[in-house]
Design a protein around this ligand. Structure first.
Ligand code: PLP
Length: 268
């Protein structure tokens, strides 16, 4: 027998292709030395060419999964990925309060506001954006939108450092403790710049840009690696730096698989 590792809960959708969603979250948790638990919100039908469709899981089943695992094993940290509908978001938010996860509790909670796949296939019904803003963001320790999600959630178009800061402020006004504005999709210079802020500190986090089309699951992998580091007890800026190191190595080792966009890699 050995001592159990920290636990982390992902509340997210399944990717049948194994590159993103709960599959990416679980392999990242494993690679980061954390026991992963899941509350599945939706089952997608997808491969490297795109998402063919999805079926959402009944809200009662989503919330029962959260209660079952947290009540028995506890969660050292939690994250959300694909939530699919406003009904699921509302049910998840209520249940997180009930099990004491999120802002104002001792259990950090990372919200990756997944809206669409890299192919542009929707993973969230349009009317659910308001539920993300009003029900999930105020409960989040950290939110990790990419630039498309920033635009959808705040209307701010990020084109440079000033608009990146305006985006961070607009997101913080929705209530999360910290925001990470991911700049990976901006420009084609040798560096990606992400902005991490809690409204007091504004930290530009630079990393190398890797020239690969194969980045499927990258957002999920970053948010999961941050969640894993928080589960180990790291403070938020340290966890984000750990997560960035993890995703940089995962993107550098991404592999072509199938005829479309291959996944970031857990094999280094
Ligand atoms: N499928 C699921 C279930 C996801 O959660 C996500 C992203 O969070 C994706 C697909 C899309 O991943 P990507 O944008 O890397 O293609």
């Amino acid at each position: 027998m050995s001592t159990p590792p920290p636990t982390a809960l992902t509340i997210a959708g399944s990717d049948s292709g194994g590159g993103a969603g709960i599959q990416a979250d679980l392999r990242t948790f494993f690679a980061c030395g954390v026991h992963g638990m899941t509350a599945v919100t939706a089952v997608t039908v997808q491969n490297s060419l795109g998402v063919e469709g999805f079926a959402e899981v009944h809200t009662d089943v989503v919330t029962a999964q959260i209660r079952a695992v947290t009540g028995d094993m506890g969660a050292s940290a939690a994250k959300t990925g694909m939530l699919a509908t406003a009904e699921i978001i509302t049910a998840v938010a209520k249940t997180l309060d009930e099990v004491h996860i999120g802002r104002g509790t001792e259990t950090p909670f990372v919200v990756d506001p997944v809206a669409a796949s890299m192919h542009g296939d929707p993973l969230l019904r349009e009317e659910a954006l308001e539920a993300i803003r009003t029900e999930l963001f105020p409960r989040a320790t950290l939110v990790t939108p990419n630039l498309d999600e920033v635009r959808l959630l705040t209307g701010v178009e990020v084109t440079d450092a000033a608009s990146r800061r305006a985006a961070a402020d607009a997101l913080l006004a929705l209530g999360p403790q910290w925001v990470l504005v991911k700049g990976g999709h901006l420009g084609d210079g040798p560096l990606c710049v992400d902005l991490l802020s809690d409204g007091t500190e504004y930290l530009d986090l630079e990393g190398p840009r890797h020239d690969t089309p194969h980045t499927h699951g990258g957002g999920d992998t970053l948010a999961s690696a941050i969640t894993a580091s928080l589960a180990h007890g790291a403070d938020l800026p340290t966890a984000v730096r750990d997560g960035k190191r993890f995703i940089e190595r995962s993107v550098a080792s991404a592999y072509p698989l199938g005829q479309g966009i291959g996944p970031v890699s857990p094999f280094w």
